[in-house]
Design a protein around this ligand. Structure first.
Ligand code: NAD
Length: 504
């Protein structure tokens, strides 16, 4: 097994200039600083193992400094007294700056995360800009209500007047995973800032570079110092310190379900508000009346896009037995045709997974599945000079209780199961601890909408998968999380409702 990876260099002078700095300090208030301990961590290109630069290995004392900077900004006039329109203008300016720097940000994301350049350039970085643009408008739409009451309080000439205010929750800790770093960061920052909160951002230790570059763009856009602080370092050190921190009012976490549980437990100390965007094991149901060419292409994209490192990846395929062989062979043919390579190579369709550790984890799932009786009709191998490439893999002959069917693998690995009826497809789809997303492929609209109602899932796609928009809420039921991101209601995640009741 071998895969030659050319040591490609970025084309953008701005990317080269960023990388030439080598040390990338973190943002506290208006200062770019090292960790208090002086420790650094390496940013590594997962395709080659090459070191791209260093960022601070922060600890609890750095989390303290970041929370203090956010608190000072939150209590200060510069942010509090800014009108919603002024905040919206800054958010809009951030979206413009992201677009101006789109090629640089896409290259940085590819080098740091491994993803094919086109994934960042045409999906995720524009998606990040779109989050700031959408929530720029929402900043002016934070509204309370006037409420007629039935309070029996009638001194002569007096009446009760009651209304609600929506006010920013305060200091937010935003903790982000490594699979789609910049857009997932934007999904937290944009609504939090629209609400008027101040933020401590903790990027994932495998992918901190685009967050640090975004920090520079936020200041360039006119965000007052301290409104966003970025503290880098290990999750079980900095992330855990933020989750437990008494000065943090709200945690917005995206990551794995086990870490989400740990964050929730730590947040109990001061009962901070918590939203959790967690793991998934999303089903794809294909009925025999579907447009099978579209279903095959859609099912393949649902699991292989971004090398399967997507929380809503369609990782369980349930196909009606009448068309099972045709669909599964079709997906396997797509898998065989995909070109693995360095993300900066324009021909690459599948990049490395984010790290050697993650590649070992994904590969172990495949090997364990095969040892337990599953069959890989395509893929199954681990390649590349750094051991980080996983061949797109389709497993059949799987059983519902196998780990590869029950657990989130977070790589380009699909498990396919034949079903004899729609009821069976629904029962198997809902037989999961997760409930993030699902898709159904059929030409029968009444089937589609009935299935959509019965799937236990935060999102259901009909004849499509992986359709995102800043206006569409996304999030999970069951152990896929609490709350929703994107969409108008996402601002409410960062607001407190205050009741004002007066005798006038
Ligand atoms: P992870 O849970 O290991 O880490 C996520 C973040 O939490 C990182 O920044 C990490 O440093 C930090 N962290 C780790 N330990 C911590 C602790 N004890 N306390 C506080 N923070 C801690 O997840 P990952 O491996 O980086 O990302 C992959 C996971 O993210 C997958 O499960 C995927 O499904 C999930 N995800 C979910 C969504 C969604 O919207 N539901 C989106 C993307 C990814």
């Amino acid at each position: 097994m071998s895969l030659d990876i050319a040591a490609l260099k970025p084309a953008q002078p701005a990317t080269l200039a960023f990388l030439a700095r080598a040390d990338h300090p973190m943002l506290l208030g208006s200062d770019w600083v090292p960790a208090r301990s002086g420790a650094w961590m390496d940013a590594i290109n997962p395709a080659t193992g090459e070191v791209l630069g260093r960022f601070p290995a922060g600890d609890a004392s750095d989390a303290d400094r970041a929370v203090a900077a956010a608190r000072e900004a939150f209590e200060g006039a510069a942010w509090r007294d800014m009108t919603p329109s002024q905040r919206g203008r800054i958010l809009w300016r951030v979206s413009e700056l992201i677009e101006q720097h789109i090629d640089e940000l896409a290259e940085l994301e590819t080098l740091d995360q491994g993803k094919p350049l086109w994934v960042g350039r045409y999906a995720e970085i524009p998606g990040a800009a779109e989050q700031f643009r959408f929530f720029a408008g929402q900043a002016s739409r934070v509204e309370g209500q006037t409420i007629p009451t039935s309070i029996n309080y009638q001194p002569p000439g007096k009446q009760v007047f009651a209304y609600t205010l929506k006010q920013p929750v305060g200091v937010v800790a935003a903790i982000v995973p490594w699979n789609s770093p910049l857009v997932l960061t934007a999904m937290k920052l944009a609504p939090a800032l629209a609400a008027g909160c101040c933020v401590v951002l903790k990027p994932a230790e495998d992918t901190s570079l685009t967050a640090l570059r975004l920090g520079e763009l936020l200041l360039e856009a006119g965000l007052p110092p301290g409104v966003v602080n970025i503290v880098t370092g290990r999750g079980d050190v900095v992330g855990a310190a933020l989750a437990a921190h008494p000065g943090v009012d709200k945690i917005s976490f995206t990551g794995s379900t086990p870490v989400g549980r740990a964050v929730l437990a730590a947040a109990g100390g001061n009962l901070k508000k918590v939203t959790l965007e967690l793991g998934g094991k999303s089903p794809v149901i294909v009925m025999p009346d579907a447009d099978l060419d579209a279903a095959i292409a859609g099912a393949a994209n649902a699991i292989f896009f971004n090398t399967g490192q997507v929380c809503v990846a369609g990782s369980r395929l349930y196909v009606h037995r009448d068309v099972f062989d045709q669909v599964v062979q079709g997906v396997a043919d797509v898998a065989r045709s995909l070109k693995l390579g360095h993300g900066l190579d324009a021909a690459t369709q599948i990049g490395p997974v984010v790290s050697r550790k993650q590649a070992e984890r994904v590969h172990r799932y495949v090997q364990d599945a095969i040892a337990a009786g599953a069959k890989a009709i395509v893929g199954g191998g681990r390649l590349g000079p750094h051991g980080t490439f996983i061949e797109p893999t389709v497993l059949v002959d799987v059983k519902p209780d196998m780990a590869c069917v029950k657990e989130e693998i977070f790589g380009p690995v699909l498990v396919a199961t034949p079903v004899d009826s729609l009821e069976e497809a629904l029962a198997l789809s809902n037989d999961s601890e997760y409930g993030l997303a699902a898709s159904v492929w059929t030409r029968d609209l009444s089937t589609a909408h009935r299935v959509a109602a019965r799937l236990k899932s935060g999102t259901v796609w009909i004849n499509c998968h992986l359709m995102f928009d800043a206006s569409l809420p996304i999030g999970g039921v069951r152990q896929s999380g609490w709350g929703r991101e994107s969409g108008q209601a996402a601002v409410d995640n960062f607001l407190e409702l205050k009741t004002v009741c007066a005798v006038i």
